[in-house]
Design a protein around this ligand. Structure first.
Ligand code: ADP
Ligand SMILES: CCCC(=O)OP(=O)(O)O
Length: 357
């Protein structure tokens, strides 16, 4: 029997979808949403119908019908912290996402859209390795203030998939390796993987870690507090400052690293300085990620869209090459990883986990 699996990965400016026969790609499509399209919606959940119509019209153009699907699987969003795995979409998961109970991010739409299409097709809906996979070591949870604990919010799907792909390529079990995985995209997360768990990782969404094309990363807390008070910023304004309007967007007005490289090559000194600073903060985060394993790192993996830049990966290797060998795995294989997660459940290799609010 061949399973037909539809995968959905909603990003802030795109909805990526893929159709898989078992784990083999039939097609993958990146539906881009321009800023004007997205700007008409007040909240992430206001975009549900718009994104659903985009997906349905693309599927119709390919003569694909929801009744063809064995399962629909979406990228998992901001939910209660959970262990890595494939989760059946259920009502309490959908309620938490629709009410943004744990925060708002485009990935929240993954389960909602997967559920709507799975209902049309009469098949199960799943999420895999959502952004809230939490395997932090106890010491990694403590900050300097007892009322503020650290949170694990990161590119779990791509980090796990890249780490497992790398392990397979060297014929080693994933859980036998000590790896640092840096997902370098619109947001950046750097995780330390050991014994098959991500012992420490920066919260890629909420003002922690390196700055990125659109995230502020770690900011001096006192100065941030002073600005919030001086400018009377509400929570939504602070969240925008940290994610969406931070990093390269704040300094240079673009989230496109290719454009920054072109400007730098054309002699733009500010673009050069800010770009080099971003690389420097990524390198510092990678070096810090060696601490949970006392520096005994087997390998460093650079992945995500920015890892296509040889300029960036070359400079990173100069900074952190002393730690361990570096492998560049550019782009992300999130659609493939989603299909594989659903396939493991459909074939009975793994049981679907239940989300409990
Ligand atoms: N060939 C390339 N060289 C440098 N940067 C690139 C290249 N291709 C994409 N990027 C950058 O990658 C970033 C998006 O990465 P991606 O992993 O798709 O993001 P996200 O984490 O939001 O899914 C953008 O800043 C984009 O400019
Ligand atoms: C929410 C953490 C993962 C993340 O930052 O994803 P994007 O880079 O796709 O926004």
């Amino acid at each position: 029997m061949t399973y037909q699996i539809l995968t959905i990965n909603p990003g802030s400016t795109s909805t990526k979808i893929g159709l898989y026969q078992d784990t083999k790609e039939v097609f993958a499509q990146n539906i881009s949403h321009n800023t004007t399209d997205i700007a008409q919606f007040f909240s992430i959940t206001d975009q549900i119908q718009f994104r659903l119509e985009n997906i349905n019209s693309f599927l119709a153009s390919q003569n694909v019908n929801p009744s063809d699907f064995s399962a629909v699987v979406g990228r998992g969003g901001l939910l209660k912290p959970m262990v890595s795995g494939t989760y059946q979409i259920n009502d309490c998961m959908l309620a938490d996402l629709k009410h943004s109970r744990y925060g708002a991010h485009a990935s929240n739409l993954g389960a909602i859209l997967a559920d709507l299409i799975a209902r049309q097709g009469g098949c199960p809906g799943y999420i895999v390795d959502p952004v809230v996979v939490d395997e932090l070591a106890p010491v990694a949870r403590i900050t300097g203030r007892p009322e503020i604990g650290r949170k694990s919010i990161f590119h779990a799907l791509n980090q796990k998939a890249a780490a497992k792909r790398f392990a397979k390529s060297i014929n080693r079990p994933y859980d036998s390796l000590k790896l640092i995985v840096a997902h370098l995209g619109g947001g950046i997360s750097v995780g330390c993987h050991a014994c098959g768990e991500v012992l420490d990782v920066n919260n890629a969404l909420d003002g922690e870690g390196p700055f990125s094309p659109e995230r502020a990363g770690t900011l001096p807390a006192g100065q941030l507090a002073a600005r919030v008070i001086a400018e009377k910023l509400d929570y939504a304004a602070i969240a925008r400052l940290l994610a969406g309007q931070g990093g390269l967007v704040a300094y240079l007005g673009t989230n496109d690293v290719r454009e920054v490289e072109h400007r730098a090559a054309a002699g733009d000194k500010q673009a050069t300085l800010v770009y080099q600073a971003m690389i420097y903060t990524i390198a510092k985060s990678i070096a810090a990620a060696a601490v949970p394993v006392c520096g005994q790192v087997d390998h460093i993996i650079l992945t995500g869209g920015i890892a296509y830049s040889e300029q960036l990966t070359g400079k990173l290797k100069e900074y952190i090459g002393f730690l361990a060998p570096v492998t560049v795995m550019p782009g992300e294989n999130e659609l493939q990883a989603l299909a594989e997660g659903a396939y493991r459940v459909l074939t009975g290799e793994e049981a679907a986990r239940e989300y409990i609010a």
